[in-house]
Design a protein around this ligand. Structure first.
Ligand SMILES: [Zn+2]
Length: 386
């Protein structure tokens, strides 16, 4: 399936190409309006991605409804605990914050005592993990529009939690963290430029974002206003005056960057547009076809229809189905027994006890193939598709 050439838009200047007076944005509407929110809940809306022709920066001009984040709910999908991601180091699913803090411990000369500020702290899991690994540190948190959270009160003492405008946050810190925040911020360049005020001169800034070049599903999240890859994140950080100490793909499907305030001015770099967006959009188009073929075959076969996972990918695929699946399979014990998109979440043992049905694996093909190979001996009579 070939992507049609889209009309060029001339809108505002590109964040990364300030010297180009009229950057041309190429517009790519997503193939389906059945999208997901970043808390994994369903959302119906049209999203058009704009890609800068010069540097490849991807964003979408979306005005989120005023009450968008008021209805935001991270509790249902993850049962009130932090999302676990498969860790190559631990060889099992481990909370994201724990993995990031281990990376910091191995990489940085962090002092024995210090103060950390997690910007966009939500329930405060990062601060909780920080104190576990660095018991002499203090974990502070900030949320611009906080919702009451009993979990956060357990993780961050009330006097160490701030809300309201960023400019009003007091103090200075040895570590600032932005974990899955930058992609939500309307002006990430201005946001990054405002942070040095909060950082001690020897301190570090940790940034964690999704990498759409590793997971096309990131593009289907309605409230992700920006979609970065390695090159555009590097350019954004340098453009906003940060020295990048380390950047890489340490966690699956995500990018990690460690930065500090430079001792001398930096020369900004200009990335060049690559093929990442075109590739990711092709993947989404193929997926739509694969989901519909799987659903047709599943409806012809008796037995339950099941989707693997309880995160963004499983949510997006569920929106594409004509009929919702009967349940979700999740191999992470913390989500089993709960619900996702109003269906129950089961483990592999429970699935084996059901009559054989059809299972869809919402993963890129190489990864899906290895999951299929692993699951097939356990579910011999099931139709496993991807
Ligand atoms: Zn640009």
């Amino acid at each position: 399936m070939r992507l049609k050439k889209r009309p060029l838009l001339k809108t505002s200047n590109c964040l990364l190409c300030p010297s180009t007076k009229h950057p041309a944005w190429e517009a790519f509407p997503l193939p389906s309006s059945k999208l997901v929110r970043s808390d994994c809940q369903p959302f119906t809306g049209n999203k058009t991605l704009l890609e800068c022709q010069n540097c490849g920066l991807v964003h979408s001009h979306i005005a989120l409804p005023n009450d968008y984040y008021a209805a935001y709910d991270l509790d249902e999908a993850q049962m009130g605990s932090e999302q676990c991601l498969f860790s190559p180091l631990f060889e099992k699913p481990v909370p994201r914050s724990r993995q990031l803090l281990h990376l910091l411990k191995q990489t940085l000369p962090l002092p024995k005592q210090g103060r950390s500020l997690d910007l966009g702290c939500n329930h405060g899991f990062f601060s909780q993990e920080l104190i576990r690994l660095f018991p002499n540190w203090q974990g502070f948190g900030y949320e611009p529009w906080p919702r009451p959270s009993a979990l956060r009160e357990k993780c961050i003492p009330p006097e160490q939690f701030f809300s309201g405008p960023l400019e009003a946050v007091p103090g200075s810190y040895d570590l600032l963290s932005l974990i899955h925040v930058l992609e939500h911020v309307p002006d990430p360049l201005g946001y990054l430029m405002a942070l040095p005020r909060l950082l001690n001169p020897e301190g570090y800034l940790l940034i964690q974002i999704p990498d759409y070049s590793q997971t096309a599903f990131d593009l289907t999240i309605f409230d992700h206003l920006w979609h970065f890859n390695l090159q555009t994140l590097m350019a954004l950080l340098m453009q906003s005056g940060w020295e990048v100490v380390m950047m890489g793909r340490f966690l699956p499907k995500e990018l990690t960057a460690l930065c500090r305030i430079p001792s001398q001015p930096l020369q900004p770099i200009s990335p060049h547009r690559g093929a990442e967006l075109a590739t990711a959009l092709k993947e989404l188009n193929h997926l739509q076809l694969r989901v519909s073929m799987w659903e047709q075959a599943a409806l012809d076969k008796a037995g339950p229809r099941v989707v693997l996972g309880t995160a963004i990918a499983a949510g997006y695929v569920s929106g594409l189905l004509e009929q919702p699946p009967d349940c979700y399979l999740d191999e992470s014990p913390q989500t089993q027994g709960g619900s996702f998109w109003q269906r129950s979440v089961v483990g592999l043992d429970q699935l084996k006890a059901l009559p054989a049905g059809s299972l869809f694996l919402p993963f890129p093909q190489p990864q899906a193939l290895s999951i299929q190979t692993r699951l097939k001996p356990q579910l011999p009579h099931w139709q496993i598709g991807f």
